[in-house]
Design a protein around this ligand. Structure first.
Ligand code: HEM
Ligand code: HEM
Length: 184
């Protein structure tokens, strides 16, 4: 269960792959929200024009996206607390000194993006003052208008790009050094 000289324990491995799974779902949903809304709502023109329905459907998916994102934020916090309160296993012999330093930094960047991406999403949806149309002509007004929506969008999308770069190095190191089994 716990990390130790034998390697990563079950809790760390479970949290690691749960994060990977949820992030995968979340990224696919993020990029396809508009297309999914089109497929679900465009043909059904009752209750408004097709275009209105697509926008409303898109916005409903944004709230699903927000829910999963909030879950990822909670998971990232649990993970970070777990990591800070339990010792890490010894490094793999297969990672040299440079690879170890790179991996340490990449893990910090990955952790940072697990906070920046959902927090900027929350800022965008709840604190940027940008209103959204919902189904049945209802509208969503963010409770507060205290942050710039442009800044939040830059952080949200910039966070994805930073995440991809870090993930590439992270997975690259695991594959090149054949350390994947440490996390399985
Ligand atoms: C780790 C968690 C998250 C990931 C990986 C993620 C990913 C994405 C992706 C890939 C997009 C599409 C960006 C594009 O088209 O280039 C997006 C858009 C968006 N996300 Fe997230 N997101 C996360 C969390 C959140 C949270 C927690 C919220 C809000 C509470 C949120 C709100 C939004 C909004 C409002 C948009 C723009 C949607 C639109 O107006 O069409 N995201 N996100
Ligand atoms: C969603 C993206 C990912 C994030 C945020 C992430 C994050 C992390 C973090 C922070 C650690 C250090 C242990 C910990 O604090 O839990 C770690 C270890 C590890 N990850 Fe990932 N990871 C991701 C995806 C992947 C993928 C797709 C692979 C598959 C190749 C992978 C393979 C590993 C391995 C093998 C280790 C152990 C490294 C070692 O100490 O030798 N990770 N990961």
């Amino acid at each position: 269960m716990l990390n130790g000289p034998h390697g990563y324990g079950g809790v760390t491995r479970f949290l690691h792959w749960l994060t990977v799974g949820l992030l995968l779902i979340q990224l696919v949903l993020g990029y396809t929200m508009e297309a999914v809304a089109e497929a679900l709502f465009e043909e059904d023109s009752s209750g408004g024009s097709g275009g209105d329905r697509v926008r409303a459907g898109d916005d409903q998916l944004v709230f699903l996206h927000a829910g999963i994102g909030a879950l990822i934020l909670v998971l990232a916090s649990v993970r970070l607390l777990w990591r800070l309160s339990t010792p890490l296993p010894p490094w793999s012999e297969r990672l040299g000194p440079v690879a170890r330093r790179v991996e340490s930094w990449v893990e910090r960047v990955l952790y940072a993006t697990l906070f920046v991406i959902p927090l900027s999403g929350i800022g965008l949806l709840f604190f940027s003052g940008e209103e959204r149309e919902l189904e049945n002509r209802r509208e969503w007004f963010p409770p507060l208008d205290v942050v710039s929506d442009d800044l939040m969008l830059v952080l949200h999308v910039g966070g994805h790009l930073t995440f991809y770069a870090a993930l590439l190095v992270h997975v690259g190191l695991a594959v090149r050094s054949r350390t994947l089994s440490r996390m399985l």
